[in-house]
Design a protein around this ligand. Sequence first.
Ligand code: ADP
Ligand code: ADP
Length: 232
Amino acid sequence: SAIAYARELRKTYGDGDTAVHALAGVDVEFRRGELTAIMGPSGSGKSTLMHCMAGLDRPTSGTVVVDGDEVSRMNERRLTKLRRTRLGFVFQAFNLVPTLTALENITLPLDIARRPVDRAHLDAVVAAVGLQDRLHHKPSELSGGQQQRVACARALVSRPAVVFADEPTGNLDSASSAEVLGFLRRSVTELGQTIVMVTHDPTAASYAHRVLFLADGLLVGELLDPTPASVL
Ligand code: ADP
Ligand code: ADP
């Protein structure tokens, strides 16, 4: 079943002759417990799609529904609450708080939302991400791959309806990328998390259950159970 979907999603920047149709009518579904990769050339609308799905950007028209609620109709206050309490985010640049330890970074979303730590879930996330012996290190004492795994654990700790990952391996070497992608995949198959990942790396996309291809603001293809060769 779809935990998030968009219908007839359009996003136009500017108007008249200079208008850019970043999304030109996209229908898409993201299913519960799936890792979906979004691929496509630069400028094809990947970031715009992710931002509209996650309530970071407002569509020009169309409907976005996440976890049963219509994101496209929410006011700013409800959007902020949605992002804080029901979505998780992973960025290319890690975006950890440098003064906090790994563990403090991981539990930060719960602290901000004043929600109690579910110790069993926290332990499962920490174990799955392989950070047991790094929990008291600051980000500067961690490798890039370890920092991104902390960021992934932080995105997952509050059991969000959907985790959105924007080029999560864009700053990583291939060994660190494999660790991060392995964790994202396991968090889907073992913890039941739903993840939407934008990437232009075919190896990264091959970890997904499903790859969606965008071109010129339109969904132009879909591939199930991809391999690195089939994505290319
Ligand atoms: P991708 O993530 O696939 O590289 P984007 O979603 O970033 O694509 O961009 C899609 C199109 O929308 C591009 O033509 C881009 O230049 C344009 N675009 C994106 N953001 C803006 C903006 N804030 N203002 C004007 N044009 C934008
Ligand atoms: P270090 O970073 O110094 O190697 P550890 O990562 O082994 O330290 O963690 C030591 C302490 O961190 C533990 O005694 C415990 O209080 C806390 N801790 C370890 N694992 C978890 C966990 N999964 N959830 C919450 N706290 C934990």
